[in-house]
Ligand binder design. Structure first.
Ligand SMILES: [Fe+2]
Ligand SMILES: [Fe+2]
Length: 170
């Protein structure tokens, strides 16, 4: 059996970012409810798995080794995205605000990805400079990603667990 190609943690997370950016671009061009729903669900799945592996594995590994304010902002940004993801998953293309929610999610993710990938002071740049075993973390991320993707595909994306805020009730 061919050995699975292993990526270091940052390469893996960046590849996830590129994949979801591509899905957002496809959504922008898409017409037809079923196509839109399928793409939006793919976006939500990718982002849910990505946020989960970052919060379970990568962010804790960065704790104490990168700027604490930036790391805290990352968790809050994830929670903001999770709220929109839940809204999108609970809705459908015929909803008045569906496309707007996907668009705002895209904009939020663009900002968040920039905070992670920004040269020199971004989270990943700081992690690169820190004393982290990025190869080992990459393996952990890859195996958890495979596990969660399978799980979420089989039984649906679970209601997101918010890390930095209580459930909002209005
Ligand atoms: Fe990320
Ligand atoms: Fe993130």
């Amino acid at each position: 059996m061919a050995e699975m190609k292993t990526q270091d943690a940052i390469a893996l997370l960046k590849a996830d970012h590129r994949a979801v950016e591509e899905l957002f671009e496809k959504f922008e061009k898409a017409s037809g409810s079923e196509r839109k729903r399928k793409l939006a669900e793919e976006i939500c799945l990718e982002l849910s798995v990505h946020a989960e592996i970052e919060e379970e594995i990568f962010y804790p590994a960065c704790e104490g080794k990168v700027d604490d304010d930036l790391l805290k902002e990352s968790y809050v940004e994830h929670d903001g995205a999770k709220v929109l993801i839940a809204e999108i998953m609970n809705g459908g293309p015929s909803d008045e605000y569906y496309d707007a929610k996907v668009k705002v999610l895209q904009e939020e993710i663009e900002h968040h990805v920039e905070e992670e990938e920004k040269r020199l002071e971004g989270l990943f740049a700081q992690a690169r400079k820190a004393d982290l075993d990025l190869d080992e973390l990459g393996q952990q991320l890859a195996s958890r990603k495979a596990e969660l993707t399978e799980q979420f595909k089989a039984s649906g994306i679970p209601t997101p667990r918010l890390t930095t805020m209580d459930e909002v009730s209005v």
